[in-house]
Write a protein that binds this ligand. Structure first.
Ligand code: PLP
Length: 357
């Protein structure tokens, strides 16, 4: 992770900053450890999705700016102040409601730091027109309880070969910045994909660097990354029982697999409760560099693989990562599931211990 971040920072224009996106428990990698690594590598701030995630970082001792990317209910604004967080505003109504709440807080309360979000084509959060953004900025600047700290947008197709929609969104964001008399401290539009593939034209002075920091290509297979990304996560387990079944024996719930001949079967203590889904049946794991198919249904807590021979209990089993010169990239798991790697790492449950090296 450190290398991924350092490589990205080296490409940024002078004066630009990298905020590490550590929402969803650092995309399943562990928010606090991830944030500390990012900090050591040069990140100067953090993005999370929820207030709880922001508080978790503050309570772990992170003192850098933390931006909550989703909407915080105005009724929680005293927490935003107490934990010195920056928050996102996406509607004028929210500002009016927040103003009422802030009036009731103590006079000594520090103003809340706000990033205005412009919806330039994601259709998710944000003001739709430059005039609406201008009105929101004017409201914030007129309020003694608010500071206008940031302006941002989010691209929907930065990870695609066809750049036309990206350019449409960039033009809309420019129309927003053009209409404003001045800009706030942070202007940001880049997720990983924009930072990687639109680095010459991306608007702003800060990037929100997420999936690429974890060493994953945001586009999946579509685009080649401009520098090598190192996958941060390996998922490993071990054999807890090894047995030879005779021909014609069933394996797993529903007996969806019958041994065609005598076979060595290894039991691995990971299942769908760990985020390793039932659909992973048929996928192959690595044992001493050999691909071993998951046979029978994946259970809640265990799965079974077909081994080429007997291995000792305790032998390492790699589900994601390198093993004896072979590799299972997270993308391969995503391909098997018909999804994206973002979902694979976010799905790994709390029960899976995270070990940092
Ligand atoms: N910015 C916003 C608003 C996001 O929602 C996300 C992630 O979904 C990111 C930045 C980071 O995106 P990525 O992980 O693709 O870098």
């Amino acid at each position: 992770m450190r290398e991924n971040i350092e490589n990205e920072i080296a490409r940024l224009p002078k004066g630009s900053e990298l905020f590490a996106v550590v929402k969803a428990d650092g995309y399943g990698h562990g928010a606090i450890a991830t944030a500390q690594t990012a900090l050591a590598a040069g990140a100067t701030g953090f993005c999370v999705a929820t207030l709880d995630e922001a508080i978790e970082l503050r309570e772990a001792g992170i003192t850098e700016p933390i931006l909550v990317l989703s909407v915080v209910f105005p009724s929680y604004l005293s927490l935003v102040v107490d934990y010195d967080l920056s928050i996102t505003v996406a509607t004028y109504e929210w500002l009016e409601e927040a103003q009422e709440v802030l009036k009731d807080l103590s006079e000594t309360t520090a103003p809340i730091k706000i990033h205005i979000k412009a919806d330039t084509g994601m259709g998710r959060l944000g003001f739709l027109t430059p005039q609406e953004v201008k009105a929101a900025a004017a409201f914030i600047e007129a309020s003694p309880n608010m500071i206008w700290e940031g302006l941002f947008t989010h691209f929907a197709t930065a990870d695609e070969k066809d750049e036309s929609y990206w350019h449409k969104q960039a033009a809309r964001f420019k129309a927003v910045t053009d209409v404003l008399d001045h800009l706030p401290r942070y202007v940001h539009s880049s997720n990983s994909a924009t930072a990687l593939w639109h680095d010459q034209e991306m608007p702003g002075n800060m990037i929100r660097y997420g999936v690429a920091m974890y060493g994953l290509n945001p586009s999946g297979h579509e685009l080649v990354e401009p520098y090598a990304l190192n996958p941060a996560m390996e998922l490993v387990s071990e054999l807890i029982q090894v047995k030879q079944l005779t021909a014609g024996e069933g394996v797993g719930y529903g007996k969806t697999y019958d041994t065609p001949e005598a076979e060595w079967i290894g039991t691995v203590p990971i299942g769908y409760a760990d985020g390793w889904l039932r659909k992973m049946q048929g996928f192959s794991l690595l044992v001493e560099g050999e691909f071993c198919e998951i046979i029978g249904r994946v259970c809640m807590d265990q799965l079974m693989i077909r081994l080429p021979r007997a291995y000792p209990v305790g032998t390492k089993v790699t589900l994601i990562g390198k093993n004896h010169g072979q590799e299972i990239p997270m993308q391969a798991v995503a391909d098997h599931l018909g999804t994206i790697h973002y979902e694979v790492c976010c799905m790994l449950s709390e029960r899976v211990p995270r070990i940092y090296q």
